[in-house]
Design a protein around this ligand. Structure first.
Ligand SMILES: Nc1ncnc2c1ncn2[C@@H]1O[C@H](COP(=O)(O)OP(=O)(O)OP(=O)(O)O)[C@@H](O)[C@H]1O
Length: 358
């Protein structure tokens, strides 16, 4: 096959490209320039498309002796990932930009361009297992599993994807990189949000949304604090709330809900975070859409948030009833449906969480 290896300049995608080449594919490396102003990163930091990352990807391609290109996808990335990320926060939701990038950039814009150029597939360093018949499973390394952020892909997108690292623990991937003489073997893992390398999401959002001050209210409707904008918060957040009046019982308060129109942040005790059902929109199915109640395991955020559930299609969306309550379920995140199996849980589909109920 002719395979386009997406090379971030990190260790995972370098080893993925190497394995694809060794498997006999005709491999070309491509680094995506995702920032309009690629900066030089401070030492030890990682982010998307710093000058160093692009250079590292090229050096790895040289070691592997494969052709290498840089594709400027900055405008698409800004339009399809960064701007929706900011808009979602402004609307009181908690988006997952990695998931959006997989859906709109890597397995959409990049895959389309690759196919137009005669490539059969795009290979990445994601940790997930994908069989030739399109069955997507969790990775063998549970700490690195990225099936959640890939669960949003449609079957036609997965048909053009290759994930050569799904069976490997990360330690083995680093050792392999060193053995292959890839200079990135010791490079630190990238941040969750590649376009905010400082990790200061609040600052990033504040600079783009500005201030939209409002109040914090407790379950009794009492005003217990003030804030600079609902985008500063995520459902389930405990720290950095800036509450003026502590709870009468002295217990910690958490963010329960965000109401951008009235600029209200609802706060309350931990048990009020319990969610037993949720409604989700824009479902994507890798199996036939369930005509009846589907029993499965759901994951509601990138790390953790697992529960048994019953899923049913309702109109254009789905309703999910959880077997046991989950905390910290935020509208805007994806719910991914899994069927437990010994060889790795199988991804059945996903949807975007619209609302929750306790
Ligand atoms: N700027 C980029 N250019 C090309 N491919 C990219 C880029 N960013 C990410 N990718 C691809 O998407 C995959 C998953 O991205 P993620 O940000 O999760 O990286 P990662 O797991 O830290 O991998 P790596 O060690 O390769 O950076 C990468 O392995 C790579 O194949």
């Amino acid at each position: 096959m002719r395979v386009l290896a997406a090379m971030s300049g990190g260790v995972d995608s370098a080893v993925a490209a190497a394995r694809l080449r060794d498997a006999g594919h005709d491999v070309t490396g491509v680094h995506l320039a995702l920032s309009a102003k690629p900066a030089t990163m401070r030492e030890g930091a990682r982010g998307c498309c710093s000058v160093e990352d692009s250079r590292d990807a090229r050096r790895c391609a040289d070691v592997l002796d494969i052709p290498f290109y840089v594709w400027d996808m900055a405008a698409r990335f800004r339009e399809d990932v960064v701007e929706p990320f900011v808009a979602e926060y402004a609307a009181g939701r908690t988006p997952n930009p990695c998931l959006r990038c997989n859906e709109k950039i890597k397995f959409s814009a990049v895959l389309e361009r690759a196919r137009a150029l005669g490539f059969d597939a795009v290979g990445t360093g994601h940790y997930a297992r994908l069989s030739p018949d399109g069955v997507l499973r969790r990775a063998a390394d549970p700490d690195k599993d990225q099936s959640y952020v890939l669960g949003v892909l449609r079957p036609d997108q997965l048909a053009g994807a290759l994930f050569p690292l799904g069976d490997s623990p990360k330690t083995a991937v680093r050792a392999e990189a060193a053995a292959r003489g890839l200079v990135v073997a010791e490079k630190p893992d990238s941040h969750d949000i590649c376009f905010i390398p400082s990790g200061d999401t609040r600052g990033f959002l504040a600079a783009r949304i500005g201030e939209a001050p409002g109040v914090m209210v407790d379950p009794a409707g009492e005003v217990v604090g003030h804030h600079r904008g609902v985008h500063d918060f995520t459902v389930g957040q405990r720290h950095g709330l800036g509450i003026d009046r502590p709870a009468p019982d002295g217990r910690p308060r958490y963010v329960l809900g965000l109401e951008p129109v009235s600029r209200t942040v609802r706060v309350g005790p931990a048990e009020d975070l319990d969610v037993t059902a949720l409604a989700a929109t824009s479902p994507v199915w890798l199996v036939d859409p369930p005509a009846h109640d589907l029993t499965c395991v759901v994951q509601v955020r990138a790390h953790g948030g697992l529960a048994g559930a019953t899923v049913r299609a309702v109109g254009d969306g789905v309703e999910v009833v959880l077997d046991e309550p989950l905390r910290g379920v935020a509208p805007g995140q994806a719910v991914v449906f899994y069927r437990p199996e010994p060889g790795g849980d199988v991804v059945l589909g996903s949807a975007t969480i619209a609302s929750t109920s306790g």
